[in-house]
Design a protein around this ligand. Structure first.
Ligand SMILES: [Zn+2]
Ligand SMILES: [Zn+2]
Length: 390
């Protein structure tokens, strides 16, 4: 293997197997995490190796990783694109343990975040304009796990620009990442609270920024789970008047704690009163659902954007859309600049996800609760708990 020892500026004794001698610095990085071997299996302890950081990369010791609903979709192959073993996790906060010689923005010991992407082609139109999350390269962007987005087998000419076909994510003790894809964690955010902002936060912030949500507007949020409760807080901090729509009666009270108006999705009288009154509506519901009743709630020329469900939805009634020149749109996570921005936005406004820290051994149980809608509101895995699984 290539000798990369000269690329490394420093070596902290955090992953102690890496600090024994110079010889081990070029050996692959030993890693352990929780992975699923099949769509029907639970996540279990899984030992593997990662390649060492090159000059443009860093190695992290992972401290916390959020549990995102898409981890569950992916583990269970619900998007029909999962490669096994599947080691999920893309809401990662960790500390840099080694930095390549060309890395100038980050140093060993820095607290950093990694979201859904760890690389992109860098040369397509979207990448050139900073929208790495819409990369149009042959393999699209390199997802933090189960990446790249377009695997070699489905890419034109079966090209594999990243040289990788199944990345392993953040439910593990370490990670090797291109330094350009690191986010800085503001000092005002607790690291475990920052983790879900890296996916759930930017997924909701990015479309609200794109469609220009501003003070005084009325914003509707569909779904009050991991994404929805963050979306509500972000929209409110932007100065909007926020109403959340939920199926769950108990969540009406919880919305009150966030000083958010809440309406039951099937309360037809309430929906009737709200017709043509919203400037922007964001759907965070993580499964197939009917958006037609909510299109009616938009004002003329306004947009309903779906971020939660990546699948065919009920057909849209274009009568509603055309008669009032409304728009139905979608949005996928957010670019690196927006991710850094939402971290700072949350720090500045003292907002963030409500989290429950769990041990990694409890992750399968956590998945069941997320699927049943019993989580309030985001599970975050304390990666120190990996040690007790040995
Ligand atoms: Zn996610
Ligand atoms: Zn690109």
């Amino acid at each position: 293997m290539v000798d990369r020892s000269s690329d490394i500026t420093e070596n902290l004794d955090v992953n102690n197997e890496s600090a024994d001698s110079t010889a081990t610095e070029t050996a692959p990085l030993r890693a352990v995490g929780y992975a699923a071997k099949h769509s029907f299996s639970n996540l279990k302890r899984f030992e593997f190796e990662r390649e060492r950081a090159n000059a443009n990369e860093v190695e992290l010791e992972i401290l916390y990783c959020g549990v995102c609903h898409s981890d569950i979709h992916q583990v269970k192959n619900e998007w029909s694109n999962t490669v096994y073993p599947c080691l999920p996790g893309h809401e990662i906060v960790g500390r840099i343990t080694r930095a390549g010689s060309a890395v100038t923005e980050h140093r060993v010991g820095d607290l950093v975040g990694v979201g859904c992407m760890i690389d992109s082609c860098g040369s397509c139109g979207p990448c050139q304009s900073g929208d790495q999350n819409y990369c149009e390269g042959p393999n699209s962007w390199l997802a933090t796990y189960n990446g790249p987005m377009i695997p070699a087998a489905k890419a034109p000419g079966e090209i594999n620009t990243y040289g990788r076909d199944n990345t392993y994510g953040g439910y593990s003790n370490n990670l090797v990442v291109k330094a350009d894809f690191l986010l800085k964690i503001p000092a005002a955010l607790r690291p475990e609270v920052a983790a879900p902002i890296l996916c759930a936060g930017v997924t909701t912030y990015s479309p609200m920024k794109h469609w220009g949500v501003k003070a005084g507007q009325k914003v509707g949020i569909l779904g009050f789970g991991g994404l929805g409760h963050l979306a509500c807080q972000i929209a409110k901090a932007m100065g909007a008047e926020v109403t959340v729509f939920t199926r769950t009666e108990e969540k009406l009270d919880e919305a009150g704690k966030f000083q958010i108006n809440a309406v039951l999705e099937n309360d037809e009288k309430a929906l009737d009163r709200l017709k043509s009154s919203f400037d922007f509506i964001l759907s965070t519901i993580p499964e197939k659902h009917d958006i037609n009743p909510f299109i009616e709630l938009l004002k003329r020329d306004c947009t309903l954007c779906v971020v939660g469900a990546l699948e065919p939805l009920e057909p849209v009634n274009n009568m509603q859309v055309a008669f009032h020149r409304k728009q139905v749109a979608g949005s996928l996570i957010g670019n690196l600049a927006d991710t850094q921005e939402v971290l700072e936005f949350c720090a500045k406004h003292a907002i963030g996800p409500e989290i429950e820290l769990i041990d990694i051994a409890d992750v399968n149980d956590a998945y069941d609760k997320v699927e049943k809608g019993e989580v309030r509101f985001r599970y975050v895995i304390d990666m120190a708990s990996l040690k007790s699984t040995e």
